[in-house]
Ligand binder design. Structure first.
Ligand code: ACO
Length: 421
């Protein structure tokens, strides 16, 4: 572990402090005084080499394919915790004991209702609007329907966690054209979510523990992922002292993009097209490798994972188990597995270290559950919510400075307006 590094700029040596993380391979050069001392800024499009904060929520070792939430490996959390326990862990720093869990769960139930205006407002929006647009909008306007004493207090996080599944179910039912139903606070979070989706009036709703378990696991896999694009968006807005609901509403918009959470919808759409066109895998692999073709293999590649994405490994197992237990024959899963196998043997994907990411298998799980494609990224947002909230709170607690990058200007040099001709 070193405390300083020397850099040489045009013959002058500058000593820059090193910021060390808990692991020896996680270290940064503190350049916060660089421009002041040298006149240079750093240039790092896409923040590929830039650490923006110190954080203690999750840790990724991209070379080894490891993911920890508050120090616990994702594989252990999947085995031993529910999504609600994971929310507690991410928000409060440790696994709750039974008393803490009961208190937390009861508190979530306390806020499990929506202002009646939400039901009116959602009906004013055209049905063709994408569910992620609905979710961002409804999250944003929560500020208008929340008492200011709640907004200022700690319960605001619980309020959001509690209301989010109601918003998600409301959007789903609006999209398929059936009226919303009330939340059932007597049952577990994920069971209630599924009931709010699939319960039909006049028919007794039957819980399916296999589906509930698969969905709960998928939510856990999405719960946090350090400084990804949407989380950074949430933190960036928060750093300007924008409120929680508006910051998260913007995070939802960032997640919507196909290069980020929107990839889960894009993966299934891609697999369906491949299936319709005769499943010629090599043709698609070659298309993805062709630099003149904008096509990319959706669900492949990750900024940080350069070995494998541990979430994708778990999601694949969850998908296989779910499909097996439900007795479904899913040609999409078969195609996905073949595509993965072929890509992993291809030198282009090997050299560029491109592996399946979480989005490669998550859509197959949602589809088996009966959730439509357009809702996939909304489900991702539901899972990511505890992470976004935890990062927003951490940013506030640390009093991080306002996020404001620099640029290299390549436009016109100063010139004068001449209207003489
Ligand atoms: N298919 C084909 N080639 C790819 C793919 C892909 N899926 N992903 C990356 N590459 C290639 C790029 O063309 C580039 O090649 P080059 O060096 O010859 O120019 C190289 O691999 C590096 O790719 P970048 O885009 O520079 O890597 P970056 O870290 O910026 O992007 C990203 C990562 C956005 C995930 C990218 O791999 C991608 O677009 N994947 C497909 C979309 C996707 O699955 N997104 C979900 C990510 S996980 C999540 O957000 C939850």
């Amino acid at each position: 572990m070193c405390d300083f590094v020397d850099i040489d700029i045009n013959g002058s040596t500058y000593q820059l402090p090193v910021v060390n993380g808990i692991y020896s391979n996680n270290k940064a050069i503190n350049i916060s005084k660089l421009v002041e001392n040298t006149g240079f800024i750093t240039f790092d499009p896409g923040f590929k080499n830039t650490g923006i904060t110190k954080s203690s929520i999750s840790f990724i070792d991209g070379e080894k394919g490891k993911l920890l939430y508050r120090g616990y490996p994702i594989e252990q959390i999947i085995e031993k915790c529910s999504f609600i326990e994971t929310c507690y862990l991410i928000l409060n720093g440790d696994i709750p004991n039974s008393k803490q869990l009961e208190f937390f769960s009861q508190k979530i139930k306390k806020f499990n209702f929506l202002h009646p205006k939400f039901y009116e407002i959602i009906n004013q929006i055209p049905n063709f609007y994408h569910p992620m647009g609905f979710l961002s909008f409804l999250t944003h306007i929560m500020t208008a329907f929340t008492k200011s004493n709640l907004i200022e207090g700690n319960d605001i996080y619980i309020d959001l966690l509690s209301k989010f599944p109601l918003l998600v179910a409301l959007i789903y039912r609006k999209k398929i054209g059936i009226p919303p139903i009330l939340s059932d606070t007597n049952i577990y979070y994920t069971s209630n979510l599924l009931k709010m989706f699939f319960s039909v009036s006049n028919k007794l709703y039957h819980h399916n523990p296999i589906i509930e378990d698969a969905l709960d696991k998928l939510l856990i896999l999405h719960a946090d992922h350090e400084q990804n694009c949407s989380t950074t968006t949430v933190r960036l807005l928060g750093s300007a002292h924008v409120g929680l609901f508006s910051s998260i509403s913007s995070g939802i918009n960032a997640l919507w993009g196909k290069r980020h959470g929107g990839a889960n919808q894009a993966v299934i759409e891609m697999l369906e097209i491949m299936l319709q066109n005769g499943s010629n895998i090599n043709k698609w692999i070659n298309k993805a490798k062709n630099k003149k073709d904008p096509f990319r293999l959706m669900g492949f590649g990750h900024r940080i994972y350069k070995n494998f994405d541990p979430r994708a490994v778990i999601a694949k197992k969850v998908a296989e188990k779910l499909i097996d237990k439900l007795g479904i024959h899913d040609p999409i899963l078969e195609l996905a597995k073949k595509l993965e196998e072929t890509a992993l043997q291809d030198s282009y994907f090997q050299e560029k270290k491109l592996y399946p990411n979480i989005d490669f298998y998550s859509g197959i799980i949602y589809q088996s559950i009966g959730i439509p494609k357009e809702m996939f990224t909304v489900m991702f947002a539901l899972g990511r919510l505890p992470g976004w909230i935890a990062h927003w709170r951490e940013m506030k607690k640390n009093n991080d400075p306002i996020g404001r990058p620099r640029q290299i200007y390549i436009g016109y040099k100063k010139r004068n307006i001449d209207k003489s001709n």
